[in-house]
Design a protein around this ligand. Structure first.
Ligand SMILES: Cc1ncc(COP(=O)(O)O)c(C=O)c1O
Length: 431
């Protein structure tokens, strides 16, 4: 029989198959408005990845791994033994225990996939997951794709209208509000310290209250500590897993991307008791099977040598210098901002930045909060891009985030100094 050459139809064929509603529910379709359509010469302080390479001695290990045979092939889904041993060597003293590389450490494809796998392993449909706002944007789709329901508890920003700096520690939890957010369906709570985007390093006293609630209501604690190597000003990074009784219900999340300026490598890890790691291993094995092998070797080399090279101390000091370029600039301009005690983000209070409401904003920005317009305006007029912070809140609490723009300082000094020069153009718009 001859095949018909008739045109199949005249109707629109570009959307024949409806996509899953989970994409909408998980805000997965949201366009990255602050990257789309920005001028090419805009300095990108919006996204949280570095514009400098990983250390040479780490990339050398990656090259060596590529030249060998085994690291070009599948690894064990738990992760390559060299990396698990290196994680043990690095983290044993930090968790004050002898970690079992077979059952208490799991290598994942970035922190993100590790977190996703925990949700796959533990959430039943309708289980509630508490997260503090502003929250790292991937939590929302990762929870909802796995049938969970995000429950948002805002960190409360420092009050007042004074200029100058606030501390990231001035962002506080209302613990009554947190308790009220817990229901019989609450399964998990996500703690992120040091925090993206606030830079808050949670105090032991705060973590103790969260721990007591987790114990009272039998919650799994996901402690996202991907910025654990970036804590400034002598502040102490407290691991909730180390608080009395918390090891058994906590999974701690780490990232080689943040540790070694290698966000594209997609190597991360989970550390926790076998009761959390083993089901998560089952999930990650069916999601990605294993994490890319050669870069696991490189991450292992990084962790093996970090202490001797004082790598994290040096890196932290370099980040502190980068942070100072932006904070000095904001100080001189008289802008209010949150001084981060950890991570590599600064929240700039943009309430005092005035822009013409009839500025030619694109429709994608016009439909959103004031912070979207402010970030757009700053990107076009000053030439430095940032992320509007209402993006990290649920709709009901978006107004809290509207007062801020997030600037990332994981960029080299030359770029940050150029951004600082450009910020002078903002002067005439500050009221
Ligand atoms: C708080 C937080 N958690 C997790 C991640 C994801 O880390 P990875 O790149 O290792 O997936 C990020 C990345 O920005 C983050 O900021």
């Amino acid at each position: 029989m001859a095949l018909s050459t008739k045109p199949i139809a005249t109707k629109d064929r570009s959307n024949l198959i409806p996509f899953s509603s989970r994409l909408r529910e998980g805000r997965a379709l949201a366009q990255d408005v602050c990257v789309a359509n920005l001028p090419a010469d805009c300095i990108n302080l919006g996204q949280g990845y570095m514009n400098f390479p990983p250390p040479q001695w780490v990339t050398a290990a990656a090259e060596e791994a590529l030249r060998a045979v085994a690291p070009n092939h599948y690894s064990h889904p738990r992760g390559r033994i060299r990396l698990r041993e290196a994680l043990k060597g690095f983290y044993d003293p930090l968790f004050h225990r002898s970690l079992d590389v077979e059952s208490e450490i799991l290598v994942t494809s970035g922190a993100n996939e590790g977190q996703y796998s925990v949700f796959t392993a533990f959430l039943e449909h309708g289980d509630e997951v508490i997260m503090f706002e502003p929250f790292f944007d991937q939590y929302l789709p990762s929870v909802t794709f796995n049938g969970g329901k995000p429950i948002y508890v805002p960190l409360h920003p420092p009050g007042g209208t004074q200029k100058g700096k606030d501390s990231s520690n001035d962002w506080t939890i209302d613990f009554d509000e947190l308790r009220r957010a817990i229901t019989p369906r609450t399964k998990m709570i996500i703690v992120n310290t040091p925090h993206n985007p606030v830079g808050k390093v949670f105090r032991k006293s705060e973590l103790e209250v969260i721990a007591a609630l987790a114990e009272e209501f039998n919650l799994l604690v996901m402690s996202d500590e991907v910025y654990d190597c970036l804590v400034f000003d002598g502040k102490e990074h407290v691991r909730i897993a180390n608080l009395p009784g918390m090891w058994d219900r906590t999974v701690t999340v780490g990232s080689a991307g943040k540790a070694f300026a290698a966000t594209g490598w997609r190597v991360g890890w989970l550390i926790g008791p076998p009761s959390i790691i083993q089901p998560t291993l089952a999930a990650t094995t069916r999601i990605v099977f294993c994490t890319n092998s050669p870069l696991q070797e490189a991450a292992a080399a990084g962790l093996e040598q970090a202490r001797e090279r004082k790598f994290f101390e040096t890196q932290r000091d370099e980040y502190a210098e980068r942070r100072a370029v932006l904070t000095d600039t904001f100080d001189k301009l008289g802008l209010r901002y949150t001084m981060p005690e950890g991570s590599y983000f600064i929240l700039l209070d943009i309430s005092n930045v005035e822009f013409p409401e009839d500025y030619p904003f694109p429709p994608s920005v016009l439909g959103r909060g004031r912070d979207f317009r402010a970030c757009w305006f700053i990107a076009l007029e000053v030439g430095v891009s940032s992320i509007p912070v209402s993006e990290f809140y649920c709709e009901d609490h978006a107004n809290i985030g509207e007062a801020y723009a997030r600037f990332a300082f994981c960029k080299d000094l030359a770029t940050l100094r150029k951004a600082a020069e450009r910020f002078q153009k903002l002067k005439k718009y500050i009221k």
